[in-house]
Design a protein around this ligand. Structure first.
Ligand SMILES: Nc1ncnc2c1ncn2[C@@H]1O[C@H](COP(=O)(O)OP(=O)(O)OP(=O)(O)O)[C@@H](O)[C@H]1O
Ligand SMILES: [Mg+2]
Length: 278
């Protein structure tokens, strides 16, 4: 999986009567982790679907390594081997009777040999740590297990870039930890990982680039910088991550604080908590 560069230029997408994306630009750094934040209805799913080639923009372009995606059969077929989208709800994606059949569907459609299909399925299940589910009927699986199977199905296409729509939504705390582990496994096999999420605390420590959707446009940059911008946070109907709130309340520089251990290190290097802080 080589590193390919996915980007969007001056993207405009209208759905029904609503102009959802209104001139958005985005560069997704290859091999990195990008989190997409935005209010309900701000267009996260629409943007991910457009980047995946499932929605055709009214204006603007989706590009891979600078080449514009052609929204025709050949263009989309090639695009799906580079970019895969995992839907928020696994039940929108899974359709086969059992896990093996579901995960093997994409590679089989590529016309690969049976041996290669088997190998791809085995690899994808191993990356997601769900080898034990291979023979299980989909309808018997838990929501978290179905989410992993949906990711395995996308991974079996060996994309360079995975777009995951709210991969942690609806999971219990341990399920979230397991999903984070699955995302790490994708990164370890050199996949660029893009997620949408409402979890600002998670986005701050997980992502190396943040994209925030406001009024159909994208602001992107370093997570700490964007999430320290009170105007942007308010406009996007987000809230500041707790560790940034705590760092500000303690009078500390927020620069390197992305999680609790970063906050503790910042407190220790400051020597003492400033006077007047409760
Ligand atoms: N098929 C459609 N026809 C008309 N409007 C649509 C359609 N799909 C989405 N929309 C509208 O587009 C806007 C963006 O929706 P989208 O699902 O992309 O937002 P989102 O940021 O993913 O929201 P959420 O956080 O709730 O998942 C919303 O106003 C929604 O009502
Ligand atoms: Mg959505």
């Amino acid at each position: 999986m080589s590193h390919r560069r996915l980007s969007a230029v001056a993207l405009e997408v209208a759905l029904g009567a609503s102009q959802v994306i209104r001139g958005a630009d985005l560069e997704i750094p290859p091999g990195g982790r990008l989190a997409l934040l935005g209010a309900n209805g701000s267009g996260k799913t629409t943007l991910l679907r457009t980047l995946a080639g499932s929605v055709k923009p009214n204006r603007g372009r989706v590009l891979v390594d600078g080449a514009t995606l052609a929204f025709d059969r050949a263009g989309l077929r090639a695009h799906r081997q580079v970019v895969q989208l995992v839907a928020q709800n696994p039940d929108d994606q899974l359709f086969a009777a059992d896990v093996y059949r579901d995960v093997s569907f994409g590679p089989m459609n590529l016309g690969l040999s049976e041996t290669e299909v088997r190998q791809r399925v085995a690899e994808a299940l191993a990356v997601l740590s769900i080898e034990d589910l291979a023979e299980r009927p989909i309808h018997e699986l838990s929501y978290g297990q179905r989410k992993r199977v949906a990711i395995a199905g996308a991974l079996a296409m060996k994309p360079c870039i995975m777009l995951l729509d709210e991969p942690t939504a609806g999971l219990d705390p341990l399920g979230v930890d397991e999903m984070v582990g699955a995302l790490e496994s994708l990164l370890r096999v050199q996949t660029t990982v893009v997620i949408s999420t409402h979890e600002v605390d998670f986005a701050l420590w997980w992502a190396d680039t943040l994209a925030v959707l406001v009024d159909g446009k994208i602001r992107h940059g370093p997570p700490t910088e964007l999430l320290s911008d009170a105007d942007l946070v308010a406009a996007a109907r987000l809230r500041q991550p707790l560790v940034l709130q705590a760092a500000a309340a303690l009078g500390l520089k927020t620069g390197s604080v992305t999680d609790v251990s970063g906050l503790v290190a910042a407190v220790q290097s400051a020597g003492s908590v400033p006077e007047g802080v409760a």
